[in-house]
Design a protein around this ligand. Structure first.
Ligand code: FAD
Length: 256
Protein backbone atom coordinates (compact mmCIF):
# COMPACT_ATOMS: atom_id res chain seq x y z
CA UNK A 1 0.00 0.00 0.00
CA UNK A 2 1.37 3.39 -1.02
CA UNK A 3 1.09 6.42 1.28
CA UNK A 4 -1.57 8.97 0.38
CA UNK A 5 -0.72 12.63 0.71
CA UNK A 6 -2.76 14.04 3.61
CA UNK A 7 -3.08 17.71 4.46
CA UNK A 8 -3.26 18.73 8.12
CA UNK A 9 -6.63 20.47 8.58
CA UNK A 10 -6.44 21.23 12.30
CA UNK A 11 -4.09 20.74 15.25
CA UNK A 12 -5.42 20.67 18.83
CA UNK A 13 -3.30 20.72 21.97
CA UNK A 14 -4.73 18.07 24.32
CA UNK A 15 -2.09 18.54 27.05
CA UNK A 16 1.47 19.95 27.11
CA UNK A 17 2.95 16.90 25.29
CA UNK A 18 -0.04 15.52 23.34
CA UNK A 19 -1.62 16.94 20.19
CA UNK A 20 -4.38 15.79 17.86
CA UNK A 21 -3.86 16.15 14.12
CA UNK A 22 -6.95 16.04 11.85
CA UNK A 23 -6.41 15.38 8.15
CA UNK A 24 -7.98 15.67 4.73
CA UNK A 25 -8.81 13.04 3.50
CA UNK A 26 -10.78 11.15 6.13
CA UNK A 27 -10.70 7.33 6.45
CA UNK A 28 -13.12 4.59 7.46
CA UNK A 29 -11.19 2.71 10.15
CA UNK A 30 -12.32 0.03 12.57
CA UNK A 31 -11.41 1.58 15.96
CA UNK A 32 -8.03 0.16 17.00
CA UNK A 33 -6.64 0.18 13.47
CA UNK A 34 -3.62 2.38 12.84
CA UNK A 35 -1.86 4.48 10.24
CA UNK A 36 1.81 4.54 9.27
CA UNK A 37 2.54 8.26 9.41
CA UNK A 38 5.37 9.37 7.18
CA UNK A 39 6.86 12.60 8.44
CA UNK A 40 8.87 13.45 5.37
CA UNK A 41 12.61 13.63 5.87
CA UNK A 42 12.40 12.00 9.31
CA UNK A 43 10.66 8.62 9.75
CA UNK A 44 7.46 6.63 9.30
CA UNK A 45 5.80 5.64 12.60
CA UNK A 46 2.58 3.86 13.66
CA UNK A 47 -0.28 5.88 15.19
CA UNK A 48 -3.79 4.69 16.11
CA UNK A 49 -6.87 6.49 14.83
CA UNK A 50 -8.38 8.70 17.53
CA UNK A 51 -10.92 10.08 15.02
CA UNK A 52 -11.94 8.92 11.55
CA UNK A 53 -9.67 11.63 10.22
CA UNK A 54 -7.23 12.05 13.06
CA UNK A 55 -4.46 10.79 15.31
CA UNK A 56 -3.48 11.86 18.82
CA UNK A 57 0.26 11.95 19.35
CA UNK A 58 2.56 12.14 22.34
CA UNK A 59 5.82 13.92 21.55
CA UNK A 60 8.60 11.47 22.45
CA UNK A 61 11.44 11.54 19.92
CA UNK A 62 12.56 12.39 16.41
CA UNK A 63 9.44 11.61 14.36
CA UNK A 64 6.87 12.93 16.80
CA UNK A 65 8.87 16.10 17.46
CA UNK A 66 9.11 16.68 13.69
CA UNK A 67 5.33 16.15 13.40
CA UNK A 68 4.77 18.72 16.16
CA UNK A 69 6.58 21.28 13.94
CA UNK A 70 3.82 20.90 11.31
CA UNK A 71 0.66 22.98 11.39
CA UNK A 72 -2.50 23.36 9.28
CA UNK A 73 -1.80 23.32 5.54
CA UNK A 74 1.32 21.14 5.88
CA UNK A 75 1.22 17.54 4.70
CA UNK A 76 2.32 14.03 5.69
CA UNK A 77 2.13 10.64 3.95
CA UNK A 78 -0.37 8.18 5.43
CA UNK A 79 -0.65 4.40 4.88
CA UNK A 80 -3.75 2.73 6.28
CA UNK A 81 -6.05 1.85 7.90
CA UNK A 82 -3.76 -1.04 8.92
CA UNK A 83 -4.13 -3.97 11.34
CA UNK A 84 -7.24 -5.61 12.73
CA UNK A 85 -8.97 -3.22 15.17
CA UNK A 86 -11.23 -4.02 18.13
CA UNK A 87 -14.18 -6.37 17.85
CA UNK A 88 -17.29 -4.90 19.53
CA UNK A 89 -18.96 -7.68 21.53
CA UNK A 90 -21.97 -7.75 23.90
CA UNK A 91 -24.10 -5.02 25.47
CA UNK A 92 -21.95 -3.67 28.33
CA UNK A 93 -18.29 -2.86 27.81
CA UNK A 94 -15.43 -1.44 29.85
CA UNK A 95 -12.63 0.66 28.32
CA UNK A 96 -9.36 0.78 30.27
CA UNK A 97 -6.72 3.22 29.03
CA UNK A 98 -3.46 4.69 30.20
CA UNK A 99 -2.03 8.01 28.93
CA UNK A 100 -2.18 8.43 25.16
CA UNK A 101 -3.61 4.86 25.05
CA UNK A 102 -6.93 6.66 25.59
CA UNK A 103 -6.80 7.70 21.91
CA UNK A 104 -8.10 4.56 20.13
CA UNK A 105 -10.47 3.82 23.02
CA UNK A 106 -12.21 7.19 22.59
CA UNK A 107 -13.04 6.31 18.98
CA UNK A 108 -14.09 2.78 20.02
CA UNK A 109 -16.38 4.07 22.80
CA UNK A 110 -18.10 6.52 20.45
CA UNK A 111 -18.68 3.75 17.91
CA UNK A 112 -20.06 1.51 20.69
CA UNK A 113 -22.51 4.23 21.83
CA UNK A 114 -23.71 4.69 18.23
CA UNK A 115 -24.41 0.93 18.24
CA UNK A 116 -26.39 1.24 21.51
CA UNK A 117 -23.87 -0.40 23.87
CA UNK A 118 -23.44 0.70 27.50
CA UNK A 119 -19.93 2.08 27.95
CA UNK A 120 -17.91 2.56 31.15
CA UNK A 121 -14.41 4.05 30.98
CA UNK A 122 -11.47 3.79 33.36
CA UNK A 123 -8.67 6.13 32.31
CA UNK A 124 -5.32 6.49 34.06
CA UNK A 125 -2.90 9.41 33.78
CA UNK A 126 0.25 10.50 35.59
CA UNK A 127 -1.34 13.72 36.89
CA UNK A 128 -4.40 15.92 36.28
CA UNK A 129 -2.65 18.08 33.66
CA UNK A 130 -2.04 14.92 31.54
CA UNK A 131 -5.78 14.19 31.17
CA UNK A 132 -7.03 13.90 27.60
CA UNK A 133 -10.52 13.43 26.12
CA UNK A 134 -12.40 13.84 29.44
CA UNK A 135 -15.50 15.24 27.73
CA UNK A 136 -15.48 12.52 25.04
CA UNK A 137 -15.49 9.78 27.69
CA UNK A 138 -18.03 11.58 29.92
CA UNK A 139 -20.48 11.76 27.00
CA UNK A 140 -20.29 7.96 26.56
CA UNK A 141 -21.22 6.95 30.12
CA UNK A 142 -19.58 6.49 33.52
CA UNK A 143 -15.96 7.60 33.75
CA UNK A 144 -13.47 6.68 36.50
CA UNK A 145 -10.19 8.64 36.40
CA UNK A 146 -6.99 7.64 38.17
CA UNK A 147 -3.78 9.63 38.53
CA UNK A 148 -0.44 8.34 39.79
CA UNK A 149 -0.02 11.37 42.07
CA UNK A 150 -3.64 11.59 43.23
CA UNK A 151 -4.15 15.07 41.72
CA UNK A 152 -7.45 13.87 40.15
CA UNK A 153 -9.74 10.92 40.83
CA UNK A 154 -8.46 7.71 42.40
CA UNK A 155 -4.79 7.79 43.44
CA UNK A 156 -2.75 5.10 41.66
CA UNK A 157 -2.47 3.35 38.30
CA UNK A 158 -5.49 2.61 36.09
CA UNK A 159 -5.56 -0.90 37.55
CA UNK A 160 -6.20 0.62 41.03
CA UNK A 161 -9.46 2.03 39.66
CA UNK A 162 -10.64 -1.51 38.89
CA UNK A 163 -11.44 -1.86 42.61
CA UNK A 164 -14.26 0.69 42.07
CA UNK A 165 -15.75 -1.50 39.35
CA UNK A 166 -16.85 -5.11 38.93
CA UNK A 167 -14.73 -6.18 35.91
CA UNK A 168 -16.43 -9.59 35.71
CA UNK A 169 -19.78 -7.91 35.02
CA UNK A 170 -18.76 -6.57 31.59
CA UNK A 171 -19.26 -8.51 28.37
CA UNK A 172 -15.92 -7.28 27.06
CA UNK A 173 -12.96 -5.23 28.33
CA UNK A 174 -10.79 -3.19 25.96
CA UNK A 175 -7.25 -2.13 26.90
CA UNK A 176 -4.69 0.30 25.53
CA UNK A 177 -1.78 1.84 27.40
CA UNK A 178 1.61 1.05 28.91
CA UNK A 179 2.30 -2.68 28.82
CA UNK A 180 2.88 -3.17 32.59
CA UNK A 181 -0.50 -1.47 33.24
CA UNK A 182 -2.28 -3.72 30.73
CA UNK A 183 -0.59 -6.82 32.17
CA UNK A 184 -1.64 -5.77 35.67
CA UNK A 185 -5.27 -5.40 34.54
CA UNK A 186 -5.19 -8.81 32.80
CA UNK A 187 -3.77 -10.50 35.90
CA UNK A 188 -6.49 -8.90 38.07
CA UNK A 189 -9.08 -10.29 35.67
CA UNK A 190 -7.90 -13.93 35.75
CA UNK A 191 -10.68 -16.29 34.74
CA UNK A 192 -12.11 -14.13 31.98
CA UNK A 193 -9.03 -13.34 29.86
CA UNK A 194 -10.93 -14.45 26.76
CA UNK A 195 -13.20 -11.39 27.22
CA UNK A 196 -10.29 -8.92 27.14
CA UNK A 197 -8.93 -7.33 23.96
CA UNK A 198 -5.69 -5.33 24.18
CA UNK A 199 -4.12 -3.00 21.63
CA UNK A 200 -0.42 -3.62 22.01
CA UNK A 201 2.68 -1.71 21.05
CA UNK A 202 5.57 -3.43 19.25
CA UNK A 203 8.27 -1.93 17.05
CA UNK A 204 6.46 -1.70 13.70
CA UNK A 205 8.63 -0.99 10.66
CA UNK A 206 6.92 -2.22 7.49
CA UNK A 207 3.28 -2.37 8.68
CA UNK A 208 2.58 -5.13 6.14
CA UNK A 209 3.79 -8.35 7.80
CA UNK A 210 7.03 -8.72 5.88
CA UNK A 211 9.94 -7.68 8.08
CA UNK A 212 9.19 -9.59 11.31
CA UNK A 213 10.21 -6.67 13.54
CA UNK A 214 6.96 -6.71 15.53
CA UNK A 215 6.57 -10.51 15.95
CA UNK A 216 5.60 -11.84 19.40
CA UNK A 217 7.55 -14.79 20.83
CA UNK A 218 7.07 -17.75 20.83
CA UNK A 219 4.26 -18.02 18.23
CA UNK A 220 5.51 -15.25 15.94
CA UNK A 221 2.22 -13.34 15.82
CA UNK A 222 2.83 -10.35 13.52
CA UNK A 223 1.43 -7.45 15.52
CA UNK A 224 1.31 -5.14 12.48
CA UNK A 225 -1.18 -7.32 10.55
CA UNK A 226 -2.64 -9.87 13.03
CA UNK A 227 -2.78 -7.13 15.70
CA UNK A 228 -2.35 -4.62 17.13
CA UNK A 229 -5.47 -5.88 18.97
CA UNK A 230 -4.91 -9.31 20.52
CA UNK A 231 -7.01 -11.25 23.02
CA UNK A 232 -5.53 -11.52 26.50
CA UNK A 233 -5.65 -15.33 26.67
CA UNK A 234 -3.34 -15.38 23.64
CA UNK A 235 -1.09 -12.67 25.11
CA UNK A 236 -0.60 -14.65 28.31
CA UNK A 237 1.12 -17.37 26.26
CA UNK A 238 3.56 -14.82 24.78
CA UNK A 239 6.42 -12.49 25.74
CA UNK A 240 3.82 -9.84 26.58
CA UNK A 241 4.47 -8.18 29.95
CA UNK A 242 8.03 -9.56 30.16
CA UNK A 243 9.94 -8.02 27.25
CA UNK A 244 9.64 -6.48 23.80
CA UNK A 245 12.15 -6.10 21.00
CA UNK A 246 13.70 -2.70 20.21
CA UNK A 247 14.58 -1.25 16.79
CA UNK A 248 17.54 -3.64 16.31
CA UNK A 249 15.63 -6.74 17.43
CA UNK A 250 17.25 -6.94 20.88
CA UNK A 251 15.04 -7.85 23.84
CA UNK A 252 14.17 -4.99 26.20
CA UNK A 253 12.90 -6.39 29.51
CA UNK A 254 10.23 -4.66 31.56
CA UNK A 255 11.15 -3.94 35.17
CA UNK A 256 8.92 -5.91 37.51
C1 FAD B 1 -0.04 0.05 16.69
C2 FAD B 1 0.56 1.26 17.36
C3 FAD B 1 -0.23 2.38 17.59
C4 FAD B 1 0.31 3.50 18.21
N1 FAD B 1 -0.50 4.57 18.43
C5 FAD B 1 0.00 5.67 19.02
C6 FAD B 1 -0.84 6.79 19.26
O1 FAD B 1 -2.05 6.78 18.96
N2 FAD B 1 -0.28 7.88 19.82
C7 FAD B 1 1.05 7.93 20.18
O2 FAD B 1 1.51 8.97 20.69
N3 FAD B 1 1.86 6.86 19.99
C8 FAD B 1 1.37 5.74 19.41
N4 FAD B 1 2.20 4.66 19.19
C9 FAD B 1 3.62 4.77 19.57
C10 FAD B 1 4.37 5.57 18.51
O3 FAD B 1 4.48 4.80 17.33
C11 FAD B 1 5.78 5.95 19.02
O4 FAD B 1 5.64 6.78 20.13
C12 FAD B 1 6.54 6.69 17.94
O5 FAD B 1 6.90 5.77 16.94
C13 FAD B 1 7.77 7.37 18.52
O6 FAD B 1 8.60 7.76 17.46
P1 FAD B 1 9.71 8.90 17.68
O7 FAD B 1 10.62 8.90 16.51
O8 FAD B 1 9.06 10.19 18.03
O9 FAD B 1 10.46 8.45 19.00
P2 FAD B 1 11.75 7.55 19.21
O10 FAD B 1 12.71 8.35 20.01
O11 FAD B 1 12.20 6.93 17.93
O12 FAD B 1 11.14 6.40 20.11
C14 FAD B 1 10.49 6.68 21.35
C15 FAD B 1 9.71 5.45 21.75
O13 FAD B 1 8.78 5.09 20.72
C16 FAD B 1 8.99 3.75 20.27
N5 FAD B 1 8.98 3.67 18.80
C17 FAD B 1 9.77 4.33 17.95
N6 FAD B 1 9.52 3.97 16.67
C18 FAD B 1 8.54 3.02 16.75
C19 FAD B 1 7.88 2.22 15.79
N7 FAD B 1 8.17 2.29 14.49
N8 FAD B 1 6.94 1.33 16.23
C20 FAD B 1 6.63 1.24 17.54
N9 FAD B 1 7.23 1.97 18.49
C21 FAD B 1 8.19 2.84 18.11
C22 FAD B 1 10.40 3.39 20.74
O14 FAD B 1 10.50 2.01 21.02
C23 FAD B 1 10.58 4.21 21.98
O15 FAD B 1 10.08 3.52 23.11
C24 FAD B 1 1.69 3.51 18.60
C25 FAD B 1 2.49 2.38 18.39
C26 FAD B 1 1.93 1.26 17.78
C27 FAD B 1 2.79 0.05 17.55
Amino acid sequence: MRPVNAVIREVAEENPTVRTFRFVPSFDPVPGQYLMVWVRGTDEVPMSFSYQDGITVQSLGEATEALFCLGPGKSVGLRGPLGNGFDLVGDRILLVGGGVGAAPLALLGERAREDGLEVTSLMGFRCSSDLIFRSRFEKMGDLVITTDDGSEGVCGRASAGLERLDPGSYDQIYLCGPEPMMMDVILRCRGFESRIQASINRYIKCGMGICGSCCLDPEGIRVCVEGPVIRADRLLKSEFGRYRRGPGGLKEYYRR
